[in-house]
Design a protein around this ligand. Structure first.
Ligand code: SAM
Length: 384
C-alpha cells in the first residue's frame, strides 16, 4: 500500500545535484533482462548509474558483476545501497530508500556507515539531507517537474487515480479523459522536439565550457539526435497500452515517487531481499571510464554488457575505440545491450564480430516503458 509518510520534494533538493547525476532508475529492467538473458555462467559488465539495475541484475545470479562509472559519486550511491543490504533488516532498508517512514533514517545510516569506505562515508556524512529524504526520493527534478506541473493543473488525486486503473481499456479511457490535453501534449512536444533539445544543449555546452568541465560530444549529439514525431505516439502507447499499475517510470515522472509496491523494482521486493544479501559480494565496483576499465580486462572474459546510453555522449573516435575493446574482452557468443537517443550510435557494419538481433531491437522498442530512448542496440559477439 502507498505510504503516507513519503515526504514531498522541494527544489532545494537540487543543492547537491552537481555531484550525483542519477538517483533514480530510468532504464527498464524488463528490457535489460529480455535483451541479455543473464544466467549463472555470466560475467556481467554494466554501468553503475544509480545502482538500481546492478542490484536488479544480481537477482539473475551471474558469477560476477563489474559495475563501472567514471563518476565516483554514482558509485558511492551503489556502495551505500550495498552496505545497507549487507547490514539492515528489510524494513530499515526500505526506510533508507525512502519508501517507508523516514523518521529515523539518520540513525539507520549511522548504524551502518562504519562499513563504507572512507570517501563514500565522507560524501554521505556531508550530504545527510539526502539520507533524511530517502535515496529514491531525490534527484532528476527536471524530469519530475512535468508531473509537478500536471498535478498543479489537475490536482494530485486525479493523477494518482490514473495509477489505480485495472484494465488497459480503463487506463486508455482515463488517459484521454483526464491526462491527455494541451499541457500533456505541449510538455511532450517541447521535451522530445529535436530543435528544442538542440537549443537547450547549446546552453548546457556553454555552461560546461564556462565551468571548464570535461565536455561530452555535444556537437555530435546536436547533429544526430533522433526524436521524430513518432516518438510522441510511442509515448502515448506507453500511457495507454502498457499497464500503468506497474510502471515505475510513469510513477516517478507524474508523482515524483514510487506510488506503491507494484512500482517497486525487483531488488526492492521483500521476497528478493534475502537473495540479494546472499549474492551481494558478487558486485565489483570500478571508478573509471568504460574504456579504461576494459583495457585492464583480459581477452574473452565478459559474457554480458549493459552500457546504458553512454555512447550518446561519446564522439565517433571514442565510440569506435570502446567497441573494439568490448569485442576484445567479450567472449564468443557474448551479448551487448545499450540504449540510444541518436541515430549514429548503432554498431557500424565494419565491426564484423557484432551481429545485431534485429527482432529484439524491434521488440524492445515496442515494449519500453521509460519514454526516453529512441533506439536500442542489442546483439551477439561472434568470434572465430
Ligand atoms: C549514461 S548515464 C544515463 C543514465 C541512465 N539513463 C539511467 O537511467 O541510469 C549513466 C551513467 O553512466 C556514466 N557514464 C557515462 N559515460 C561513461 C563512460 N564512458 N564510462 C563510465 N561511466 C560513464 C555516468 O556517470 C552515469 O552515472
Amino acid at each position: 500500500m502507498e505510504d503516507k509518510n513519503i515526504t514531498k520534494l522541494s527544489f532545494s533538493d537540487q543543492k547537491i545535484m552537481n555531484k550525483i547525476d542519477f538517483y533514480n532508475c530510468w532504464e527498464d529492467i524488463l528490457q535489460i533482462e529480455k535483451a541479455l538473458k543473464i544466467n549463472s555462467n555470466d560475467v556481467v559488465f554494466s554501468i553503475t548509474s544509480n545502482g538500481c539495475n546492478i542490484l536488479n541484475l544480481l537477482l539473475h545470479n551471474p558469477k560476477k558483476i563489474i559495475s563501472v562509472d567514471f563518476n565516483p559519486f554514482q558509485n558511492y550511491l551503489l556502495e551505500l545501497k550495498i552496505t545497507a543490504i549487507k547490514n539492515l533488516e528489510y524494513l530499515d532498508f526500505l526506510k533508507l530508500m525512502g519508501l517507508k517512514s523516514l523518521k529515523n533514517n539518520l540513525s539507520i545510516y549511522n548504524s551502518i556507515k562504519k562499513d563504507l569506505n572512507k570517501n563514500a562515508r565522507n560524501f554521505w556524512d556531508k550530504n545527510s539531507f539526502v539520507i533524511k529524504k530517502g535515496l529514491l526520493n531525490v534527484g532528476e527534478q527536471n524530469v519530475k517537474n512535468f508531473g509537478l506541473f500536471l498535478r498543479f493543473l489537475k490536482g494530485e488525486k486525479l493523477i494518482k487515480n490514473f495509477f489505480l486503473c485495472e484494465t488497459i481499456k480503463e487506463q486508455t479511457d482515463y488517459f484521454f479523459k483526464h491526462i491527455y490535453g494541451m499541457p500533456w501534449q505541449l510538455g511532450h512536444f517541447f521535451g522530445y522536439n529535436k530543435y528544442f533539445i538542440r537549443i537547450s544543449l547549446c546552453f548546457r555546452f556553454l555552461i560546461e565550457f564556462y565551468h571548464g568541465r570535461k565536455k561530452s560530444d555535444y556537437l555530435g549529439y546536436i547533429k544526430n539526435v533522433n526524436f521524430t514525431k513518432n516518438h510522441i505516439k510511442k509515448i502515448e502507447d506507453i500511457y495507454t497500452k502498457i499497464p500503468i499499475k506497474y510502471n515505475s517510470f510513469l510513477s516517478l515522472i507524474l508523482l515524483g515517487y514510487l506510488l506503491n509496491e507494484n512500482h517497486y523494482y525487483p531488488y526492492l521486493k521483500q521476497e528478493n531481499y534475502k537473495i540479494l544479501k546472499e549474492r551481494i559480494k558478487k558486485i565489483e565496483i570500478k571508478t573509471a571510464s568504460v574504456f579504461d576499465t576494459l583495457k585492464e580486462i583480459k581477452d574473452n572474459s565478459i559474457s554480458k554488457f549493459f552500457l546504458s546510453n553512454i555512447f550518446d555522449w561519446i564522439d565517433d573516435k571514442n565510440f569506435k575505440k570502446n567497441l573494439i575493446e568490448i569485442i576484445r574482452v567479450g567472449k564468443n557468443k557474448s551479448r551487448i545491450f545499450y540504449s540510444i537517443t541518436r541515430k549514429d550510435r548503432y554498431i557500424p557494419k565494419d565491426i564484423l564480430e557484432f551481429h545485431q538481433d534485429k527482432n529484439m531491437v524491434i521488440e524492445l522498442l515496442k515494449n519500453d516503458r521509460t519514454t526516453f530512448y529512441s533506439g536500442f542496440e542489442v546483439g551477439d559477439i561472434r568470434k572465430k
